[in-house]
Design a protein. Structure first.
Length: 177
């Protein structure tokens, strides 16, 4: 059974991941180019655990990473969504992180920016988050460009998954911190 629709943008549909998505997710998470800014590639069992973590996030937080599909074709292209993070050295207990990851065949089409912008809008307008972040490694210039295009700026640094990351942030317009 397919999960219900979560969000749409002009070219993309974002829905909850389910176990039927394992072939695509495993292909994406095992690709060395896709995972070059992550600690390592994931195998099939680790990809299944990744999906199960997202499903646990849907239950606990009401969101997680969603599967990105082209609206016109239904083809999966990647993932985007909101993941709750705790950051050392930052004042809040938990932050909503806008995350995005595309399979290599779908790079350079503007999908990451489109999905991240829609997720940011959803976080601010539908979920009421005054601030969202993105954790991006300093060497990951493509992801930094996406964050900047959706109005984020560097607000600090942290260690995440044992690696140094820049913390990009964006406040909801009109939010008082």
């Amino acid at each position: 059974m397919r999960a219900s629709l979560s969000l749409e943008s002009s070219r993309l549909r974002m829905r909850e991941l389910d176990v039927d998505d394992l072939p695509f997710v495993s292909s994406m998470l095992s690709d060395p180019e896709v995972m070059r800014f992550y600690p390592r590639c994931l195998d099939r069992d680790e990809s299944l655990a990744w999906i199960e973590r997202q499903r646990a996030r849907y239950a606990a937080d009401g969101h997680g990473l969603w599967l990105l599909e082209e609206r016109d074709t239904g083809m999966p292209v990647g993932q985007a969504g909101l993941v709750m993070q705790s950051l050392d050295g930052f004042p809040k207990v938990r932050y909503a992180e806008v995350g995005y990851l595309l399979h290599r065949a779908y790079w350079k089409r503007g999908y990451a920016t489109e999905a991240a912008a829609r997720v940011r809008e959803h976080a601010h307008t539908s979920l009421g988050y005054d601030e969202v972040i993105s954790l991006i490694r300093a060497v990951n210039e493509p992801s930094q460009a996406v964050a900047r295009r959706i109005g984020m700026r560097v607000i600090g640094e942290t260690i995440h998954a044992s690696l140094p990351h820049l913390v990009f942030g964006a406040e909801r317009q009109g939010a008082t911190g």
